[in-house]
Design a protein around this ligand. Structure first.
Ligand SMILES: [Fe+2]
Ligand SMILES: [Fe+2]
Length: 174
């Protein structure tokens, strides 16, 4: 892909992320996830935006014809557990500190259902994003793509390869 096409593609991805994610990105509670670390020095807020961006890219690359609104919203809320999972039980909401990987999709879904009106696909994305840990596999393309995007971003973040902080700031929130 030449540079011009890359820039054009990036603009489209960013526009889609802002359009479909607006209600979540501007919510006070979602912004609170800036205060919780996900991997390394990266916040859950930044990680979630990166996963949404990556999911959009994978969808377009594979021509998977996902519903972009559900893809973005599910990706933004997939880790909406709202506690610091590194604090080992001391932080409010971290009910199973040693088993965060297994339990956080359920907590994220509970919080997201409380704060937003979710479609069945958005719920499936949040609930299944840790597959195969969740055992029951995703039921829709959107959930498969977010699962893949999350694993990709988590790996890049863990090894410090992903410049996610920079990407998250592309969003230019008001
Ligand atoms: Fe997660
Ligand atoms: Fe994640």
């Amino acid at each position: 892909m030449n540079l011009e096409k890359r820039i054009e593609n990036h603009k489209k991805i960013k526009a889609s992320l802002r359009k479909h994610g607006e209600a979540i990105l501007s919510s006070h509670t979602f912004r609170k996830s800036h205060g919780f670390i996900q991997h390394g020095d990266m916040s859950v807020y930044e990680h979630s935006i990166n996963v949404a961006e990556r999911a959009l890219r994978i969808n377009r690359f594979l021509n998977a014809k996902c519903n972009e609104r559900e893809l973005v919203r599910g990706a933004l809320l997939h880790d909406y557990f709202l506690y610091d999972w590194h604090k080992d039980g001391k932080d409010k909401g971290n009910v199973h500190p040693k088993l965060h990987g297994f339990f956080h999709p359920g907590t994220a879904l509970k919080n997201a259902s409380r704060d937003f009106i979710l479609t069945p696909r958005e719920k499936d994305i949040i609930k299944k994003h840790m597959w195969p840990l969740t055992i029951v596999p995703p039921l829709c393309r959107e959930a498969w793509i977010v699962t893949l995007a999350d694993k990709y971003c988590s790996t890049m973040e863990t090894f410090g390869i992903h410049k996610a902080k920079v990407k998250a700031h592309y969003i230019d929130l008001p």
